[in-house]
Design a protein around this ligand. Structure first.
Ligand code: SAM
Length: 246
């Protein structure tokens, strides 16, 4: 990881309080449909790189046998609790090699942590080497250069006596580089009703669509863009990138 968000390290155990599996239900169903429509093969096995707390996987595992890879031991622990039936492996999406092939590969929002084109290329190569011929890979960055807009949002949950509320602020102080910044303020409340505030900066990648499509094609995939149509997302503000392996 180039930047090390505190959320995936010292605050990993708070992930389920920040983000609940049900928040991912609609998106997971869209991912299931897009992956299924992107290959003629029947999808039985899916590799998810950067699987985090396993919220997507908690829905996708009803349809596919999921293998979940993340760089953070704390996030893997959270996902193992939620998805004990899934295989979990610690690894970096840029370099991990499992020496097996999957019907499909998914890199959801975790692909946003590729903060330069060289890292993005490595992650897409990892997807390629783990994808069966005829299979498909789906990449779901939060933003591209074209659709990024500064934004603020908030959320949080109450889980087993702990509560968290966050303010998320996405901004792009230097439009000439390949990054945007997501600053988070967290208010955390423990079982003893103590509340405290923490700050966390996430530096994420911001690339042109043509860079995405060129890298996906140069890796060996047939590239495609699909608009991400979700009830909570403004139409036209987000895209999925698909790589179909010949
Ligand atoms: C927003 S979370 C993913 C949440 C996930 N979509 C879910 O359904 O729960 C982003 C994850 O990317 C992981 N990550 C960041 N850089 C990574 C890398 N180079 N290789 C693997 N995982 C990485 C972080 O550890 C974190 O768990």
């Amino acid at each position: 990881m180039n930047s090390k968000p505190r959320l995936y390290d010292e605050f990993a155990s708070w992930w389920p309080v920040l983000s609940a599996p049900e928040d991912y239900a609609e998106e997971a169903e869209i991912i299931r449909r897009v992956l299924t429509e992107s290959t003629l093969n029947k999808i039985e096995t899916v590799l998810e790189l950067g699987s985090g707390g396993g919220n997507n996987a908690s829905h996708l595992k009803a349809h596919f046998k999921m293998t979940l890879v993340d760089i953070s031991p704390g996030m893997l622990k959270v996902s193992q609790k939620l998805n004990p039936e899934c295989e979990h492996i610690q690894g970096d999406m840029r370099t991990v090699r499992l020496n097996r092939l999957f019907d499909a590969v998914l890199i959801h929002d975790a692909i946003s942590y590729m903060t330069n084109l060289a890292d993005l290329k490595q992650a897409i190569e990892t997807a390629y080497v783990h994808c069966k011929p005829g299979g498909a890979a789906l990449f779901a960055p939060d933003h591209t250069k074209e659709n990024f807009r500064p934004s603020t949002s908030h959320g949080g949950h109450d889980v087993e006596g702990r509560s968290l509320r966050y303010l998320e602020w996405a901004h792009d102080p230097n439009p000439n580089d390949d990054n945007c910044i997501i600053d988070f303020a967290y208010l955390l409340r423990n079982q003893n009703n103590q509340v405290w505030a923490e700050y966390d900066r996430h530096i994420t990648g911001l690339f042109y669509k043509e860079d995405w499509l060129r890298i996906i094609a140069n890796t060996g995939f047939f590239p495609k863009t699909i608009p991400f149509e979700h009830s909570e997302i403004e139409p036209g503000s987000c895209d999925f990138f698909i790589g179909k392996k010949p």
